[in-house]
Design a protein around this ligand. Sequence first.
Ligand SMILES: NC(=O)c1ccc[n+]([C@@H]2O[C@H](COP(=O)([O-])OP(=O)(O)OC[C@H]3O[C@@H](n4cnc5c(N)ncnc54)[C@H](O)[C@@H]3O)[C@@H](O)[C@H]2O)c1
Length: 275
Amino acid sequence: MKRFPKKRIFITGAGSGFGRQLSIEFAKMGWKIGAADINIKGVDETIELVNKNGGSAIAIPCDVTKPEDFENAAKILEQEWQGVDIVVNNAGVAAAGFMEKIPLETWEWIININFKGVIYGCRTFIPILEKQGGGYIVNVASNAGITSLPEMSCYNATKAAVISLSETLVGELYPKNIGVTVVAPTFFKTNLHTSLKTTDARQEKMANSFFAKSKTTSEDIAKHTIKSIRKNKLYVITQMDGKFSWFSKRMTPEFYYKCIKWGYKYKIMDKYLGM
Ligand SMILES: NC(=O)c1ccc[n+]([C@@H]2O[C@H](COP(=O)([O-])OP(=O)(O)OC[C@H]3O[C@@H](n4cnc5c(N)ncnc54)[C@H](O)[C@@H]3O)[C@@H](O)[C@H]2O)c1
């Protein structure tokens, strides 16, 4: 972190869950946090926690579906801190459902937030980081973008897109001295379930069971993310189940999807979750 003596970080979706915890972890290291969200109350609570943990923060209203909000955020960061060192595109929502039943409105909603929000964040801040001589971008995807489990097409597709975008940028931005990390965790406890849209009640029950069963906390993922930024590592794949599926898909893709097909047909996941 010595690369960033000015200690300035901008985080979207900072009003809850992972974005809030990452703000707290950076606060503990004395950083200044630009906390952005559409949830103003959540951001205020995050700022209080940041202050308690040794950092300082400014609230930045930013709806990630609006490119003009990112332009405005960049202006605020320029005025307040004369720039920014790390940009975290974290804001996200969740959806599940059968492909043919997911309403087009849900596709548009999730693509706009989970994917286009990351595009706008990168487009806005890359020239600023380049002009400063370097910086860092963290994109929050999900293991869903790797495992591609059934009945999660729209969420999986947006997260796979964020992984691909980040993999593209890690090379493209290297000569500009801008590092890239993509965070791809499996389920951990946050408020993500509150945004969840499904096509039937079973999917909601399954997702809630996954969240409830997870022993991973936002703190675990935040600490791992900071370690990865420190080491300039591309991937944050923390949990054992995530590492296992990532490894198996890359090493034996056909076998991996044979297991997925078989497991889905015989409802292995439903049995595991006690449905
Ligand atoms: N919790 C998990 O199990 C899990 C697993 C893998 C990946 N993720 C990813 O982690 C990221 C953070 O999610 P979380 O789990 O902390 O959930 P969360 O719901 O606790 O936090 C998400 C935040 O994003 C904000 N947000 C939603 N739409 C927005 C918009 N248009 N503009 C600005 N902010 C907006 C919400 O208000 C909320 O504060 C998401 O990208 C999510 O997909 C979460």
